[in-house]
Design a protein around this ligand. Structure first.
Ligand SMILES: [Zn+2]
Length: 139
């Protein structure tokens, strides 16, 4: 299943390509910039992330996709690299065919001449990811 850290990274990558997260009720729209400052996520991004997963905000989805962020956090989903552009994409792990990557309507993408979206190089973040995986593997 997709961990919170994986879903967070997924949003961070797509925010870097200008995709926004939209609340299903249309009341909120998130596109924090910058996403990364130095070797960590920006405060803007961290704040948006908390709002996106907050129950008060309700269901949200990434522009160009139909799965809600809450759905991605259920065991039915995995995060895998897109076959076309290598960006993280949610895939159903229950035998359903893969849905399309949000890159499907991005012109000029993939583009090897632009810097690729990335994760902050942060050891504590990586440790949290490893910890989350260990906790999940126990279930
Ligand atoms: Zn793609």
């Amino acid at each position: 299943m997709a961990t919170k850290q994986e879903v967070k990274k997924y949003l961070a990558y797509w925010f870097q390509l200008g995709k926004s997260v939209i609340a299903v009720d249309g009341k909120a729209n998130f596109l924090p910039q910058p996403v990364i400052v130095g070797d960590r996520y920006s405060q803007e991004f961290e704040k948006c992330w908390l709002e996106i997963i907050s129950p008060e905000t309700g269901d949200c989805y990434l522009e160009g996709t139909i799965e809600t962020i809450n759905e991605l956090l259920t065991p039915a989903w995995d995060m895998l690299p897109c076959g076309r552009c290598n960006m993280p994409v949610p895939m159903r792990n229950l035998g359903m065919p893969a849905l399309f990557c949000p890159c499907n309507n991005l012109p000029n993408w993939p583009n090897t001449e632009l810097p690729s979206p990335r994760s902050p190089v942060s050891t504590s973040e990586q440790l949290i990811t490893i910890r989350d995986r260990l906790i999940e593997n126990r279930h």
